[in-house]
Design a protein around this ligand. Sequence first.
Ligand SMILES: [Zn+2]
Length: 180
Amino acid sequence: MQSLLDLFIPLKQANDMSLFDTKHMKRALDAAIEAGQRGEVPVGAVLVHGPSDEIIAIASNRVMELKDPSAHAELLAITKACAKLNNERLVDCDLYVTLEPCPMCAQLISFARIRRLYFAASDEKGGGVENGPHIFNAKTCHHKPQVYGGIMAEQSSKILKNFFKSRRNPKKIKEDVKHG
Ligand SMILES: [Zn+2]
């Protein structure tokens, strides 16, 4: 069986067990499911003050609801947290998000000085961290968070797949459920 530790990149702090606590990612997955129920692409984000382990903000996609192409879960969580802490920098804060951030959100994560980024599923088509422009590796990126990918990725992928499947064919999902 694949060790849980194998799922994380990088592994340099593998001795710090607090890094592998999945409770915040579970909360982010709940937020993703809730977004899917509203008809939004199911992505959720939880922003945590690392040292105190206190949740500062929880958000999920609201692009359609707000008629705002920038209303991604990460962006909403970051702006909410900045307002709450009355600070444009989220020092010592960690972001848990259910999908690899897009280039816009990755850049924002850098601007906000997020300490650690934990994400679940990778996004080959739309990601900007380990795919696409690799924002944190760009010369123009002046703050690079520690990045840990693949946390509960399977659960997140399942939520996304079910969402797109039901959008493509709402009737088939019902039949699938009926036939077990
Ligand atoms: Zn984004």
